[in-house]
Design a protein. Structure first.
Lengths: 566, 359, 368
């Protein structure tokens, strides 16, 4: 025994400092901007005006319509995605469909594809007059109008379904794979056939997972900018995020438009909070313990005669929703002028060379996105580790505040964050970052904090307290045990957090579109604005480059996580 | 016509997974109302066998019959799916459905069969009463303890009044004290309803306490089928001996009937080595720690060793003796006198068994 | 002063008082077991001694050094207490090899490299892990991981080894093997051991002294395993230490009659009966002899309600005039002495030992 007697309060000081820094980060980055939005929504001149805020929502035709549109599109998207996702999940886990594991990985591909690029592709394919498919039918089969108009609620929802259904798919697959097969076997031995079991046992048991995935989609779709911006505005269909953008963009930041924006943003935050509350309730209390003991291969439903037709259906689905739009993007990106037929003499790599090496706007955009993504990912990763550590591991008074603040990033949609940082960082509080790349960085950190918190707290939960206590009893101080035990063990979680942020940041649109200045365009902004400006082929070529970047990045992660798993 | 003593029949049942033979040419009959256990370490093929009887696994070869009905026969290309077999089955992980109430769990097999609602209610209530679940029938089984959930599973299996009940380690997930209680409950239910039981377990005392007959299995091959008492009195081989309780094995060199513990005492002449083993050069002398007495040193039947460990465990005192270079464990009651550590002790094996060394 | 001296220590979590002014001494070099039902606060005491938790009040000394005294704001952090700890969940570090796990305390202490190598390999040999030192914990069984944890806790030659249910996660055979190994290690190294468990058999098997704690975190009895088992001071200790039978007895006209019948219990009457009418006779299965023939004045007549063959043991449930008891008997003796009963058979029970408890005081004092 070396007998050193220390004051019991000394390590408390360190804990308090870490807690304070963590709280400060979340307050500055998330809580303060959101509070500013609430405040601006109800503060008129020098007093609170709750009724007036509601009046704006009810009485201004365009705003009310945007609310309704958000509901219609999110509702349609949610219902469609849930059906598609559950059906495919059931198909690849519970039936004898051929090439199941390949099919499963194909259904996850839309996860990494940005939906607004998909929307661009579908616009090229199915816009009422110029869409390739519509034109093909009009010219060859004598249709007197488009066979499908993508500029409608149906079109918008259908495109969102294509890119969002994996949220349900992955949740339901997981639940079905983890489910104790004896739950189904005991129904079978009770006399139930496979169809009855699916209806009465399997589906009800995975219902919480289905609903939770559905709510996630609803949350995402309500706050989604890209698809509606590309496909809706043309036909006058606005949802909440596109209307916020439109008002603020057009007015150049007038008080009235900011106020409308904050009111709409408040609606978004409240809906998001409600959705998250519902999701937690479903996952918490209603989530059945269906993970079981001995694992046997689960039963497979024999599809018999439907086996090959269903496989062909899956291939058609993938071909139609993934391959066709991707090919169109690359082909259009190769055209010298939009509208020419896809013949070899019209196609070249010139546009790609142009955007990569000559055109300043796109060169800036690529640089900005990579830089912003990288820096945001690094900062958010470290901040996330620290905050998660306090929440998961530390016993310190005042932790409750941090736990509450830690929930915020999950329930604040992108366009709300963008509006919030405009209010907070445009000079009213001494710092003006508006029109610089830094304001986008701050917004990215706020937007992706949730990802980092999720990945890092999951990793930290795995590090049982006794591992650290064992190190302490071996003679290690608190810092030594952090360095030697905790950090090495959460490193995979930190890597995961980095890539979970870096890749989505590369293709970010919702936040960047509200914050960009002429020299601070990101890839997403450049694709969107070029397309708006009629530079369709350049825009498509940049979209193609973005797709390549994303696929390469995703492949690297998959390789790395596989290696880490071994 | 199948007789009552041959109600469930497994005929030359074999199951292969790829190159691995999980169950090798297994045949046995189970009588009506009999409780038959399959006992063995994990991976011995007992669960696979049960799942073949249930219909969850195909047979590679052989046939399964119940009464006059053929259930599975790959040769005749005959396979009755599990839902048509009318068995009751209880699984290790309970497998009660959390989205249905206790009552609906139990009623499920009856509803599937489109029985008259009044009859469903009568039989469900009956099964719930038999398993002491009437009070909790409207709640979700999620709120029940492990024992409660397993009662729901039992009631559900009982509801259709099956002739055969398949139990797959039904007590392994329960606390030890509950395990014993449930054992008696299962036995009582069997007496009341008269079904046959096929019981799979790795716990020998569970099998001993419950069964009319036990099948001991190792690596897919049957080692012994007999009543619990016969298995205890005459374990067929070294594996069965070691699997059904604490055991000592001493390696014994044998030179034409003159046997000696390797590096230790000579074996007394009248511990008769069975005739068929007399020619073996090395034998294994098996004994149970509780079936060894300390005796005085001049006792002619004694073998000797030095006490290397003595542990007071309350009800029993646990000794370790070193004989030559081998160790032997002895357990005596707390009131029985015994030697101290370091002393040389003479012991007598009350029930010595002889086996081939590599049995 | 004893090697470990716990003086009036209290600890509460929110409103739940786990330990209340607890005082305890542990001698140098002994193997001391703290035995109690789960949730009784025994692990909290171990964590207080380790320094993972700070007491609300009281003083804690290790080897004459005051390590915790909240009154004086003294709290030596765990890394300065020179202890080894082994946890129930092993807590071996998954990102380090067996060697690196065991070497860690020496690295922290800045030992020279060749000495680390030598001492780690000594420990590897001591816990019989030679040849496995380059493996990662995920490649080891539960028992092997726990051996690594033991080696790691002992490599820095601590004065005190704290064991928190270290073998509760292992299967039955391994548990039995490990408890003897732990005892053997303690003997070889002469380290003082505090062992916390709810398993009375382990407590009896490895300890020099045992302390029994009840559900409220109050120590009921401290003594050698023999004293605790044979001379329990109260019904809690008696029932906690093994299978206990409680036969209802009522006093009628100076007679102590079993159950609802008229057979007198053949044992000395309780001391100081003081007019109590309802009694309970407590005894263990091994305190009972069962027979087919009566022994005048020394046995009670009963009926076998359930005969349960468990392999090496026969287990009987016997009813005596409306009250039941359980006893067991080695199968080979049952066979050779014609004591293989069946349900419904008549039998006679005599006692080798018996403890009287007042029925009123027994309620709530024993574990159900």
């Amino acid at each position: 025994m070396n007998g050193t007697v220390k004051n019991g309060g000394s390590s408390f000081g360190v804990a308090q400092i870490i807690l304070f820094i963590s709280i400060a980060i979340l307050v500055i980055v998330v809580a303060f901007p959101v509070l500013l939005i609430f405040f601006n929504a109800v503060w008129v001149e020098d007093h609170f005006e709750f009724a007036n805020a509601l009046k704006v929502l009810w009485e201004e035709e365009e705003i009310f319509q945007a609310l309704i549109n958000s509901l219609i599109i999110a509702g349609g998207t949610t219902v469609g995605s849930t059906i598609v996702g559950t059906f495919f999940a059931w198909l690849v886990t519970r039936t004898d469909l051929p090439y199941k594991s390949f099919m499963k990985s194909m259904f996850l591909v839309p996860f990494m594809l940005p939906s607004f690029i998909g929307a661009l592709a579908w616009k090229m394919l199915l816009s009422p007059n110029a869409g390739f498919i519509n034109r093909f039918f009009i010219e060859n089969f004598g249709f007197d109008g488009p066979i499908f108009n993508i500029y409608t609620y149906y079109g918008i929802s259908a495109v969102e379904v294509m890119y969002l259904f994996p949220f349900v798919f992955i949740q339901v697959c997981g639940a079905l794979e983890r489910m104790d097969p004896t739950l189904e076997e005991s129904a079978r031995i009770s006399g139930a056939g496979l169809f009855t079991i699916t209806r009465k046992i399997t589906i009800p048991l995975v219902l919480p997972s289905i609903l939770s995935g559905a709510l996630l989609i609803m949350l995402y779709s309500m706050a989604h900018f890209g698809t509606v911006a590309v496909l809706g505005i043309e036909n006058g269909i606005y949802n909440i995020p596109t209307l916020i953008y439109e008002r603020i963009h057009q007015s150049g930041g007038s008080f009235a438009s900011i106020r409308t924006g904050t009111i709409l943003a408040t609606v978004l935050v409240i809906s998001a909070a409600l959705i998250i509350w519902a999701q937690r309730k479903i996952l918490g209390s209603g989530h059945y313990q269906i993970i079981g003991g001995k694992s046997f291969r689960p039963m497979e439903l024999k599809l018999r005669g439907l086996r090959w037709p269903l496989l062909i259906f899956c291939f058609l689905y993938i071909g139609f929703t993934i391959i066709l739009p991707t090919v169109v993007i690359f082909l259009v990106g190769g055209l010298s002028t939009y509208g020419l037929p896809f013949t070899p003499e019209n196609l070249s790599l010139d546009n790609y060379k142009f955007i990569l090496f000559e055109y300043q706007v796109t060169k800036d955009a690529i640089f900005n996105s990579v830089w912003l993504g990288f820096v945001a990912a690094i900062i958010t990763m470290f901040a996330g580790v620290m905050i998660s550590y306090v929440i998961v591991k530390m016993k310190v008074r005042g932790k409750g505040i941090l736990e509450f603040l830690g929930m915020l990033p999950f329930s604040v949609p992108g366009s709300v964050i963008a509006l919030g940082v405009i209010l907070a960082w445009s000079g009213q509080f001494g710092i003006n970052l508006y029109n610089t790349v830094w304001i986008i960085l701050v917004a990215y950190i706020a937007r992706y904090m949730a990802f980092s918190l999720k990945a890092n707290s999951a990793a930290l939960e795995q590090v049982h307290d006794s591992l650290v206590e064992a190190a302490r009893s071996c003679g290690a101080t608190m810092w030594q045990s952090l360095r030697d035990i905790v950090i090495p063990l959460v490193r995979p979680g930190m890597f995961a957090a980095f890539f979970l942020i870096f890749l989505p940041a590369l293709r970010e649109l919702t936040v960047s579109i509200m914050l960009y200045a002429p020299t601070t365009r990101t890839i997403g902004v450049a694709i969107y604005t070029l397309n708006e400006d009629g530079e369709t082929v350049i825009s498509a070529a940049l979209a193609g480059i973005a797709l390549i970047l994303i696929v390469v990045g995703q492949t690297i992660i998959n390789k790395m996580t596989k290696k880490a798993g071994e | 016509m199948a007789s009552n003593s041959e109600y469930v029949r497994l005929v030359n049942v074999t199951k292969r997974f790829g190159d691995v033979t999980a169950v090798d040419n297994l045949s046995y009959n189970i009588g009506k109302g009999e409780c038959f256990s399959m006992l063995g370490p994990s991976g011995c093929g007992k669960t696979t066998t049960l799942r073949m009887v249930a219909g969850f696994e195909d047979l590679s070869e052989g046939e399964v019959w119940v009464g006059d009905n053929l259930l599975s026969s790959p040769k005749k290309n005959h396979y009755l799916p599990p839902e048509k077999r009318n068995f009751g089955m209880v699984f290790q992980a309970f497998a009660v459905w959390p989205h249905l109430s206790v009552y609906e769990n139990v009623a499920f097999p009856l509803r599937i069969r489109n029985i008259d609602p009044a009859e469903i209610d009568r039989r469900t209530t009956d099964a719930l009463r038999a398993t002491n679940l009437l009070k909790v029938k409207d709640g979700s089984p999620d709120f029940l303890s492990g024992g409660g959930k397993q009662r729901v599973a039992l009631a559900r299996a009982l509801a259709i009044n099956p002739d055969v009940m398949l139990l797959d380690e039904p007590l392994s997930s329960l606390d030890p004290h509950l395990r014993e209680e449930m054992r008696f409950e299962i036995k009582d239910l069997q007496q009341k309803y008269g079904f046959s039981i096929i019981y799979v377990t790795h716990d020998q005392s569970e099998a001993m306490a419950l069964s009319d007959r036990i099948l001991v299995m190792k690596l897919g091959v049957v080692q012994q089928i007999d009543t619990p008492l016969n298995i205890y009195n005459h374990p067929a081989n070294k594996f069965v001996f070691s699997f059904i309780g604490l055991s000592n094995f001493l390696q014994v060199g044998n030179d034409n009937g003159h046997a000696a513990i390797a590096g230790g005492s000579t074996i007394p002449k009248h511990w008769a080595i069975p005739d068929e083993l007399k020619g073996e050069g090395v034998l294994s002398l098996a004994s149970r720690p509780s079936e060894i007495d300390f005796v005085s040193a001049d006792e002619p039947e004694a073998i000797k060793g030095v006490v290397t460990r003595k542990a007071y465990l309350g009800e029993i005192i646990d000794y370790q003796l070193k004989m030559g270079d081998q160790l032997m464990r002895i357990q005596k009651g707390r009131r029985d006198p015994g030697p101290e550590v370091g002393e040389t002790a003479a012991v007598k094996l009350l029930r010595p068994f002889w086996y081939r060394e590599n049995d | 002063m004893d090697f470990i001296h716990v003086e009036g220590v209290s600890k509460a979590y929110a409103d739940h008082h786990v330990l209340n002014e607890l005082t305890l001494d542990i001698h140098k070099g002994e193997c001391f077991t703290l035995l109690g039902p789960s949730g009784c606060g025994k692990t909290v005491l171990l964590r207080l001694i380790a320094g993972f938790e700070v007491p609300d009040q009281g003083k804690l000394y290790i080897d004459e050094t005051l390590v915790s005294d909240p009154g004086e704001h003294i709290n030596v952090p765990p890394e300065n207490r020179a202890i080894g700890v082994v946890f129930q969940d092993y807590a071996v570090w998954p990102h380090m090899t067996v060697f690196d796990n065991i070497a860690y305390p020496l690295k922290i202490a800045k030992c020279p490299k060749d000495e680390i190598e030598k001492r780690v390999m000594e420990m590897v040999d001591l816990v019989a892990m030679r040849g496995l030192e380059k493996r990662f914990p995920s490649e080891l069984s539960g028992g092997q991981q726990q051996r690594v944890a033991l080696a790691r806790a002992l490599v820095a030659k601590p004065n005190l080894l704290l064991l928190d249910e270290p073998i509760a996660n292992l299967d039955a055979n391994l548990r039995e093997e490990m408890r003897f190994e732990i005892k053997e290690l303690q003997r070889k190294l002469g380290v003082t051991v505090l062992y916390v468990t709810h398993d009375q058999e382990i407590g009896l098997a490895i300890s020099d002294r045992v302390a029994i704690m009840n559900n409220e975190g109050v120590i009921q009895q401290i003594g050698t395993p023999y004293e605790i088992f044979e001379k329990p001071v109260n019904p809690f200790v008696f029932s906690f230490m093994g299978i206990a039978n409680f036969l209802n007895v009522r006093m009628e006209n100076g007679q102590y009659l079993a159950g609802t019948g008229s057979q007198a219990v053949p044992w000395e009457k309780p001391e100081n009966p003081a007019g109590v009418v309802d009694w309970v006779a407590g005894f263990r299965p091994s305190d009972v002899r069962i027979s087919r023939t009566p022994e005048a004045g020394k046995s009670l007549k009963g009926i076998i309600r359930r005969a349960n063959f468990l392999g090496a043991m026969m287990d009987y449930l016997v009813e005596i005039d409306g009250t039941t008891l359980r006893t067991n008997l080695e199968t080979h003796r049952a066979i050779s002495e014609n004591l293989l009963f069946e349900a419904g058979d008549e039998c006679y029970i005599s006692f080798l030992d018996l403890h009287w408890f007042e029925a009123e005081k027994l309620k709530g004092a024993i574990l159900e």
